[in-house]
Structures are given as C-alpha cells and as structure tokens.
Ligand binder design. Structure first.
Ligand code: NAP
Length: 489
C-alpha cells in the first residue's frame, strides 16, 4: 500500500436533526437546563460545528441525582427477568440506530467508518449483550454455611466518560449499572456528547422507568465535580485521565462512595526471540495507531530483541507510512484526525520534546500530513533511540505515536514492559503459545493479548497501578455496582 492523504475538505459537515440538542434527560423526560446554555460540537475533520448539547450545571446534577435516588427502590426490586427485558429493548433500539450511531461517531470523534464500526459501535453493542448474558449466571443469592448471601444494586451510580470511545465507554458503564439494579446519572465528555443522546433516545423509547437513567452533559469541573462530591451518589464510575481520576477519588472520599477508575495507559507489545516478525510488528503498529492513537489500551511501546531492532524498525516505519490518513467518511481511511486542536498540540509537543531529548523519528513527525488543509490531523509517527526513562516512553501521548526499544534478555523485556506507572493492557508475541503465555503471566497489567488474541466483551477490563482500579465488562462490570449482604439463618 502506498502513502495516501485525503483532503478533509471533501467531508460533509452537515448537521443532522438528531445532533441538535439542548435538553438534559431527567426523571424520564427532556427538560431545558437550569442555565439555558448549550455547547456546540465540532467535527474534528472539517472543523465545522455539526451539533449541540446541553451545557448543564450543578442544579441539573442535583435534579438528576434526586430523580435517580427516587427511582432506585423500585428499579432494584424489579425481578431480574423484567429488568433484563427492559434492557433488552434498549439493546434492540440501539441495534436499530446502528447506522446513525456509526455516522455520529465518524462526525463527533473523527473515527474512520471502519474504525467506528469495528472499534466503537459493534463492541459497544457486544458489551451490552455480554452484560445481559452475564446477569443470567451471576450468583445473585448463594448459601455460605448458615448465611444467605445476597447481591443487590448499590444505589445511585454516577458515570463520567471520556471522549475517545464515546458510545462504547457509556455502555461499558451503564450496562453493568442498570443490570445490577443501580440507577444512573451519566455525564458524557463535552467534546463528544452526541452518541450519548442517541443512547438516551433508545432508553426513553424502551420504557425504562422514569429516573432510572438520567443524562446531564456539561463541563467536568462543574457537573463532574458535583457528582463526585455529592453525598447522595453511592458509586462513581470514572473513565478518563489519571490526573482527573485522582481528583474524582479525592472528592468522593468524603462520603465514602465506591469509586471505580479506568485511567490512562502506556502499554507494551513484547515480541519474543524467534517470533515471525512481520505480522507481530504490523499488528502492533495498527494497535498503536487505532483511533488515531486515542485508545487507552494502545500498545504504544514496541519491545523487540536487539538483533531484530533494525528489521522491526523498518517494518514498523513501512506499515505506519502506508496507513491512509484523511477523510474519516471514506471506507479506505485508516486514521482520521485527533479530537481537537488542543489534542493535536499535546501530541506534537510530545514528539518535539522527544526529538530534543535525542530520539529519532523514522516516519511521521509534527508537520500536518500533506494535502490535509483542514482537520486536526497528525502523521502516524514511529520513534526510536529512546531511553527507558524518556518522557515519550513513560507518559501517555494519546496520539498516533509508537516507540521502539530493544532488549538483550527476556528478563530485561519483562522489566521494560513493567517499567511505567501504568498497567492497563499489553501484548506478547512468541514463537509458540506456551512461551508467550509464560511472559504474559509476568506482565503487571490488566489485559494481555497473547499472539493476537481477540477482544472479549465478557472478560474483565481494568488497570493496575495508575491505570486505575475496579473492573468493567461481563460479570465483573455488574459487580462494580452491587452491594453484598449476608443474612444469618
Ligand atoms: P479527562 O480529561 O480526564 O476527562 C474524562 C471525563 O472527566 C470527561 O467527561 C470530563 O469532562 C470529566 N472531568 C474533567 N474534569 C473533571 C473534574 N474535575 N471532576 C470530574 N470530572 C471531570 O479525560 P479525556 O481527555 O476525556 O480522556 C482521555 C483519557 O481517558 C486518557 O488518559 C485515556 O487513557 C483515558 N481512558 C481510559 C480508559 C480506560 O478504560 N482505562 C478508556 C478510555 C480513555 P469534560 O469533557 O467536560 O472535560
């Protein structure tokens, strides 16, 4: 494949009626915000305003928390089959909206259509399906000696989500919470609120009882902080940066609420000696660049045996250079823009400082990709000659940037893989499954893909260290929103 760049000028920046919103959804109905303000939403590929959302404030958060509290007793007491039947209708409503959801993800985050389908919308639907399935086999009641142990909904759950996978992240939280019998107040990211409105449409249409689910888009420092610190919120589930996660946990501490944090990552892809290099390097580059590198689980550090360094670097540069960057509405596009000018500035700043630190750019860099006159585009960038303690190796860039480091022994490979404060994901590639599995067991991280193992929507997802605590997805994601009670008989 040759390097191609498409001009985002070709992108249709049309507004859709479904993207022109101004209301919050509280107590089962749409209402204007107390402050009457809206936030405009930009398409990062065209730099045009394509929609709007409510810009809610603390008063709206208060109303939503109160509605969720009032709805909790009956929702949590609803027999499980009935609760699941309601949520099954939500899932069907989302399936019906699949095309609109794809179009919305392409427009609000700039994900290419293929990525929107394969990494955003379909996995989001799959995690909801997996929650509904896991509910059937969860031990809601069990006998332990003379005790009857009960699992019941935790109460009001506040869910705060980031912009990078706006549809998937919301379902990863509210799916587990609603199945558990908790009631929800959702605050989506300011940059990407549109898909959360479509989820709310499906919830409204499915007849979810009033107050069980509430949507209040608004700024994190206002609405997010109001939720995190509110004494009537029983659990807070946050996905976002480590810095903000720490702030949320501190605010939540005063009322001893349960806090579940899904934070940043700096994951390694470890290629063991004797591995077939080309497929492992290609898969690692593609994972690093997925969603323009704005993926918490991105394998942003490639670790290779020193004897394979030159060959791996050439393969990585060729693969990254062949990725099609441009108009996300086109089926052949691999990378769209990053989400905002601020994000572009952050990413290019990391690259500049890495170069100043002595790193070598083998492909990509800080220039705008050729021919792209509009949109927040960044070249897929591969960097070598980096020290293990360099900023570009230690800090989450959240853009299409991959570093390559050599190692001289397996011990060193494991040590390098574990040598950041994060621990969210990773990969191990080996000449055989046993060798790769043995190293995967030694990585201090919540997920490891062994020889290209596929995403599993029913398996637990979450981080070690500064990547967070708690687990989402499958039965683990339901348990985050359950209390446990023992009745002695
Ligand atoms: P962010 O700035 O931390 O924001 C995340 C969410 O928190 C947004 O809804 C934001 O609202 C809100 N927020 C901001 N300040 C807040 C405050 N003081 N109190 C309460 N809430 C506040 O993160 P982001 O830039 O949206 O997302 C990127 C980060 O998310 C990356 O670090 C990435 O690794 C991480 N992430 C982790 C996972 C995972 O599962 N581990 C998954 C995806 C992303 P506003 O939109 O209004 O700022």
């Amino acid at each position: 494949m040759s390097t191609r760049r498409q001009d985002a000028g070709a992108v249709d920046g049309d507004r859709r009626p479904e993207w022109a919103r101004s209301a919050v959804y509280v107590d089962g109905r749409w209402r204007e915000t107390a402050g009457g303000r809206i936030l405009e939403v930009e398409n990062p590929a065209t730099e045009t305003m394509i929609g709007a959302a409510a810009d809610a404030g603390a008063e709206d958060a208060e109303a939503a928390i109160s509605a969720a509290g009032a709805a909790f007793p009956s929702w949590s007491a609803m027999p499980l089959p009935e609760r699941l039947a309601v949520l099954e209708r939500v899932r069907t409503g989302l399936e019906r909206r699949r095309d609109l959801l794809l179009e919305t993800i392409v427009a609000e985050i700039g994900a290419p259509v293929r990525v929107a389908r394969e990494a955003h919308v379909d996995p989001g639907l799959a995690v909801l399906r997996a929650y509904l399935d896991a509910a059937e086999s969860l031990a809601w009641e069990e006998r332990v000696g003379n005790s009857l142990v009960l699992r019941e909904g935790i109460g009001v759950a506040a869910c705060i989500t980031p912009w990078n996978y706006p549809f998937y992240q919301v379902l990863a939280k509210i799916g587990g919470a609603l199945v558990a019998g908790a009631t929800v107040v959702l605050k989506p990211a300011e940059l990407t609120p549109l898909s959360a409105y479509l989820i709310t449409d499906a919830i409204d249409e499915a007849g979810v009882p009033a107050g069980v689910f509430n949507l209040i888009p608004g700024p994190g420092r206002v609405v997010g902080e109001a939720l995190a610190g509110h004494p009537a919120v029983d659990a807070i589930s946050f996905t976002g940066s480590t810095l903000v996660g720490a702030r949320v946990a501190a605010l939540a501490a005063a009322s001893i609420k349960r806090v579940s944090l899904e934070l940043g990552g700096k994951s390694a892809s470890v290629i063991l000696p004797g591995t077939d290099l080309e497929p492992a390097v290609h898969a690692s580059v593609e994972a690093a660049m997925l969603n323009s590198g704005q993926t918490c689980t991105a394998w942003t550090r490639l670790l290779v045996p020193r004897t394979d360094l030159e060959a791996a670097t050439q393969l990585a540069a060729a693969r990254a250079g062949a990725l099609v960057v441009g108009d996300p509405t086109q089926p052949e596009t691999d990378l769209g823009p990053v989400v905002s000018p601020a994000q572009r500035h952050t990413v290019t700043g990391f690259i500049e400082r890495a170069v100043a630190d002595g790193a070598r750019i083998v492909t990509g860099g800080t220039e705008r990709p050729a021919g792209l006159t509009r949109g927040h585009y960044v070249w897929p960038t591969v960097v070598t000659d980096v020290a293990p303690d360099a900023e570009i190796v230690q800090e989450e860039v959240f853009g299409p940037v991959l570093t390559i480091q050599p190692y001289d022994s397996i011990e060193e490979a494991v040590a390098l893989a574990n040598a950041t404060p994060y621990g969210l994901a990773g990969a191990v590639w080996g000449p055989d499954q046993e060798a790769a599995l043995a190293i995967a067991r030694r990585l201090r991280t919540g997920q490891v893909d062994v020889n290209g193992g596929a995403f599993n929507p029913a398996a637990p997802f979450g981080g070690y260290g500064r990547s967070g605590n708690g687990r989402e997805l499958g039965r683990w994601g339901i348990e985050e929103f359950l209390e446990t009670k023992a009745l002695q008989l």
